[in-house]
Design a protein around this ligand. Structure first.
Ligand SMILES: Nc1ncnc2c1ncn2[C@@H]1O[C@H](COP(=O)(O)OP(=O)(O)OP(=O)(O)O)[C@@H](O)[C@H]1O
Ligand SMILES: [Mg+2]
Length: 301
């Protein structure tokens, strides 16, 4: 089988002849909250502020959704390559990456790699991607390149999650142009709201000019330290600002979440019963509900 056929084989749920595990059966309401969308919903995780938990959220959410039987593609759009290593992928020489898809003539489907999790696939990135911001400048409709690539595989997945770099450059613009939904992680610390105005402004421009179908899926509060008053004050401030656009799930600050990437495992595998794993499962649940509601409103419109 070619790599292409191989991934299609595994991405098709009709081909799984796997008996449900006791864990699956302990969650009888999964299918109800886990719709299989006709074509993949594309979710971009963005915030130009560095170190706020974008990659941790993209990787953990992708794993939690895959565990819940959604077919998930994680696209690493950051030259740091943290999402790729976070799911245990070491890019081998000659292996196609998202750079080859955006700048070269490799098709997205040929850059998809399986992970050790059933239902979770990844398009990896390496430091090469840093050059793409410059090399794309002269390309035809350079802001929509990723969208055109993602459209070719939409039929094969339920969710495509894109992890952005900490900037508002061309890579993030591409990710927002491809998105049906945007998730914005906000770290529970003093300058949490700084820079959100610029993000919102860019998102509005992209919505008006490139991607009218983009919606805010929600803000997620990350690294909440329950022992400090500051953390709670930040949550209160963000909620008073954005109301129910803030997911009710809070991601706690946890050593296990910080350790997981160095083992190349998402938290749901690294420590399946940890607070962090449970929080990201709860977030996955909320995200699916919101995506489903958005999808229904589009179908009915
Ligand atoms: N809930 C958490 N508890 C503890 N540590 C966390 C948590 N979330 C993220 N971290 C750690 O904080 C650091 C930054 O997180 P992460 O890489 O997810 O942020 P990022 O927004 O993707 O960063 P960048 O902007 O550089 O891409 C990492 O070392 C990560 O392991
Ligand atoms: Mg990151």
């Amino acid at each position: 089988m070619t790599p292409r056929a191989w991934y299609r084989y595994w991405a098709d749920p009709a081909r799984f002849h796997v008996k449900p595990t006791p864990q699956d059966e302990a969650q009888p309401d999964r299918d109800e909250v886990n719709p299989h969308f006709e074509v993949a919903r594309v979710i971009t995780v963005a915030n130009q502020k560095g170190g706020v938990g974008k990659t941790t959220t993209a990787v953990s959410l992708a794993a939690a959704l895959a565990e819940g039987r959604s077919r998930v593609l994680l696209v690493d759009l950051d030259p740091q390559g943290n999402a790729s290593s976070g799911v245990g992928l070491r890019v081998q020489p000659g292996q196609s990456t998202v750079y080859d898809v955006l700048v070269g003539d490799v098709e997205l489907v040929d850059a998809i790699e399986p992970t050790s999790l059933r239902n979770l696939f990844v398009v990896p990135a390496t430091i090469d991607l840093a050059g793409a911001e410059i090399e794309l400048v002269s390309a035809f409709s350079r802001e929509q390149k990723l969208r055109r690539c993602v459209d070719t595989i939409r039929g094969d997945f339920d969710i495509v999650l894109i992890d952005c770099p900490p900037s508002l450059g061309l890579l993030t613009v591409n990710a927002l142009s491809a998105a049906d939904g945007v998730i914005v992680p906000i770290q529970c610390e003093y300058y949490a709201l700084e820079g959100l105005g610029a993000l919102q402004h860019n998102a509005d421009l992209i919505k008006a000019n490139l991607n009218p179908g983009m919606h805010l899926t929600g803000f997620v509060m990350t690294m909440l330290d329950g022992r400090t008053r500051l953390s709670q004050q930040v949550v209160d401030e963000v909620v008073s600002h954005f109301g129910d656009q803030v997911f009710t799930t809070r991601i706690p600050r946890s050593v296990r979440l910080a350790e997981a990437p160095s083992y190349g495992q998402p938290i749901t595998v690294f420590d399946a019963n940890s607070k962090g794993a449970k929080a990201y499962r709860a977030l996955a649940h909320e995200v699916l509900h919101r995506l489903h509601d958005q999808w229904l409103s589009e179908v009915e419109a």
